[in-house]
Design a protein around this ligand. Structure first.
Ligand code: C2E
Ligand code: CA
Ligand code: CA
Ligand code: CA
Length: 275
């Protein structure tokens, strides 16, 4: 595994009980975090396990708080969703990720598609498609190099609206991945009705595939079903060589996880994968 770029920072302790005062301070600071230049974008590679080549990147946010240190997304995304700050935050993520890929392209490097996460709150915004497209046009970004990751549970919300947004995105050449697949209990027929390109098998299955026969059976079923539907599959949270070997055996060829790399800075991605 490669060196984690965030290791120099002290991590905010998620286990510690938050007092309501702390929560109020966090919520307040969060609203200012973009203006105060405290939001960082890290990238985790998606790897083809047969060749070891990079096939994509996922952009993941961190908040570098001046006092609390590096705060992981699971600590502040829920706050951002509650306050609505998630909308400007994810617009910043999209702009930053696309700008980064453009820069790599200009420098003559090999480029791969970048994926950004879209929350349910953002997905439900009536003008989400227009705002994404206006950023893409402004940056003159190739839509083939952009993917959106939407969780299975967010997609199961307000199905008609979701299907219409996904159709618009597909029409514009932007592919959508169903994130955390296996945790949201969506039906097979619903899956079939969605214009998506990829399923990301949740880490909770991947973690157990080498030790638990049920998890392995579920993973195999997901993979054969995805093949039937013409979807690509990415295994999330791959940590061991045994998991890599098993995934290869059950013909899941794309993986993301600490076995290959933790999420790292753009500079580290550049040095390790895009020379
Ligand atoms: P996710 O979308 O499922 O992203 C993958 C998470 O799994 C990342 O955590 C990544 O560091 C972690 N991970 C990857 N490989 C491994 C592994 O091998 N082992 C383990 N234990 N973990 C692994 P991270 O960066 O802390 O992000 C957590 C979640 O925060 C993400 O889960 C995503 O749901 C959310 N998130 C991050 N950025 C955004 C964003 O811009 N918008 C929204 N809505 N959510 C975001
Ligand atoms: Ca994701
Ligand atoms: Ca995921
Ligand atoms: Ca996950």
């Amino acid at each position: 595994a490669k060196e984690n770029g965030s290791s120099q920072y002290q991590f905010y302790d998620a286990e510690r009980d938050q007092t309501s005062l702390e929560r109020i301070i966090l919520e307040n600071d969060l609203e200012q975090s973009l203006d105060n230049d405290q939001i960082r974008l890290f990238y985790q590679p998606k790897i083809d396990i047969r060749s070891g080549e990079i096939v994509g990147l996922e952009a993941l946010v961190r908040w570098e708080h001046p006092i609390l240190g590096m705060i992981p997304p699971l600590e502040f995304i829920p706050l951002a969703e509650k306050s609505g700050f998630i909308i400007p935050l994810e617009q910043w993520v999209l702009r930053t990720a696309c700008t980064q890929v453009k820069k790599w392209e200009r420098e003559g490097r090999q480029v791969v598609p970048v994926a950004v996460n879209v929350s349910q709150i953002h997905l439900m915004k009536p003008d989400i498609f227009q705002t994404i497209m206006s950023t893409i046009r402004e940056l003159d970004f190739d839509t083939q190099l952009l993917e959106l990751e939407i969780t299975e549970s967010a997609m199961m919300h307000n199905e008609e609206h979701v299907i219409s947004i996904l159709n618009d995105l597909q029409g514009a050449g932007i592919s959508v991945s169903m994130d955390d697949f296996g945790t949201g209990y969506s039906s097979l027929s619903y899956l079939q009705s969605l214009p998506i390109g990829c399923l990301k098998i949740d880490r909770s299955f991947v973690r157990k595939i080498t030790t638990d026969t049920d998890s392995r059976a579920i993973a195999e079923m997901i993979i054969s079903m995805a093949k039937q539907l013409g979807l690509t599959i990415v295994a999330e949270g791959v940590e061991t060589i045994e998991q890599v070997a098993l995934l290869k055996e059950i013909q899941c060829y794309n993986a993301q996880g600490f076995y290959y790399s933790k999420p790292v800075s753009a500079d580290q991605i550049e040095g390790q994968y895009l020379e």
